[in-house]
Design a protein. Structure first.
Length: 402
């Protein structure tokens, strides 16, 4: 036994027959979030910088996975990636660049995960290799889950291509797929090695997807940053037209707010039940499923925000009129705040959406905690919701939209 290890052990006592011992250790996580343009332009060093120095250990082995929706809009993307890797001697492609189905429905089929895991093994990847996913939030979730569960964790670099992924999910620490009729039922908390937000991908994004990502900016402004909310109101018309400069500012500031919450909120891996970044999401997750994923995640979040904002007023937490102000902003950005799924009923006549509360409670680990609003910029946690008031809030939304 080495001297160092011997010193770490307690003194031996033959009568010590304790059965319970405590072991504690901590792991520090640190990953870069880079903002750039044209990441695969030959002289762009962003990817090189986040990979770091191999310190004489040879080339960085890279496996790329590309969202098919991105590839349709950028048919030469794979060629550009291959050319970039070839132009940098420290990089090596592990094999052909994979294309996967993007969009939320891709997370409903577990065979995609198994296929990727098999490919990563066949390519000879190890924990010092990198899986780099270029795609929207669903693709990042799927590929991140496959990477985190192969070799107990292959390093993952995210290159988000949507507003929603660049300003929210892509800079987080969660990966997962849908299962058993519920969102993100299977997954991991595994921080990426790095995130690269490339504004060039936003240029090619369809308008509907640009808009959907703005819902998360409204969400985080409402719970954390009143000045940001006021800026969103000032820029609403320009944002609705997808003007580049304000949209890039929205993405950057929203991403930084999410990063601050994850780093300093005290619960990055969600061991507790308080999840302020899920404001509006108990309803949103259920609405996505009830609509058969016709609703984009951000579109469902916008409805969930409107619902919980109106509920906050009805519950006496938020001053009257602020719900009108918040819904006005969402509509100015181009969101519809009602969908037929909001009023879907079961055999007893009850709204199926209300089951989302129970599913959210289970997802939180057993204790229901819902973030509502006490004022714009300030969230407040409650542990129960009045279903009658939820019904009134839904009726109000429907009357406002029809």
């Amino acid at each position: 036994m080495s001297r160092d290890f011997a010193l770490a052990l307690p003194a031996f006592h033959s009568e010590n027959n304790a059965r319970l011992f405590s072991q504690r250790f901590s792991v520090s996580f640190d990953f870069a979030v880079a903002f750039t343009r044209d990441v695969f332009r030959e002289h762009n060093e962003t990817l090189i910088e986040v990979l770091g120095d191999r310190a004489g250990r040879g080339e960085h082995l890279l496996a790329f996975v590309v969202d098919d929706g991105v590839e349709r809009e950028m048919p030469d993307l794979k060629r550009r990636i291959a050319s970039y890797v070839a132009a940098h001697p420290g990089l090596k492609l592990a094999g052909p660049i994979e294309t996967i189905v993007g969009g939320e429905t891709a997370k409903n089929d577990p065979t995609h995960v198994a296929y990727l895991q098999e490919r990563f093994v066949a390519l000879g990847l190890d924990r010092h290799s990198y899986v780099i996913c270029v795609g929207g939030g669903a693709a990042l979730d799927l590929v991140g889950y496959a990477a985190a569960t192969t070799h107990r964790g292959i390093r993952h670099i995210r290159i988000p291509t949507t507003v929603l992924a660049q300003n929210d999910s892509g800079v987080g620490v969660k990966n997962g797929i849908n299962a058993f009729g519920m969102k993100n039922m299977l997954g991991t908390f595994a921080p990426p090695h790095a995130v690269i937000n490339d504004s060039a991908f936003i240029d090619i994004l369809p308008g509907r997807d640009k808009r959907a990502g703005m819902a998360e900016a409204v969400k985080v402004a409402l719970i954390r940053d009143a000045a940001f909310f006021a800026w969103l109101e000032e820029q609403a018309e320009a944002l609705a037209l997808f003007a580049s400069e304000p949209l890039e500012r929205l993405i950057r500031h929203c991403a930084l707010l999410h990063m601050r919450q994850i780093a300093h909120g005290g619960d990055p891996f969600e061991r507790g039940s308080v999840r302020p970044l899920d404001f509006g999401h108990w309803a949103a997750h259920k609405l996505e499923v009830l609509s058969g994923y016709e609703l984009r995640h951000g579109e469902a979040v916008a409805i969930g925000i409107a619902l919980d904002t109106r509920y906050s007023v009805l519950a006496g937490l938020l001053p009257a009129g602020e719900d009108v102000r918040i819904c006005r902003l969402l509509r100015r950005l181009g969101f519809n705040l009602w969908h037929a799924a909001c009023d879907q009923r079961d055999g007893t006549g009850a709204r199926v959406l209300l089951k989302g509360l129970e599913e959210f409670r289970e997802h939180l680990g057993g204790d229901l905690t819902i973030t509502l609003l006490s004022e714009i910029g300030t969230g407040v946690e409650v542990h129960e919701m009045d279903t009658a008031l939820i019904g009134q809030a839904l009726d109000w939304l429907r009357s406002e939209e029809t």
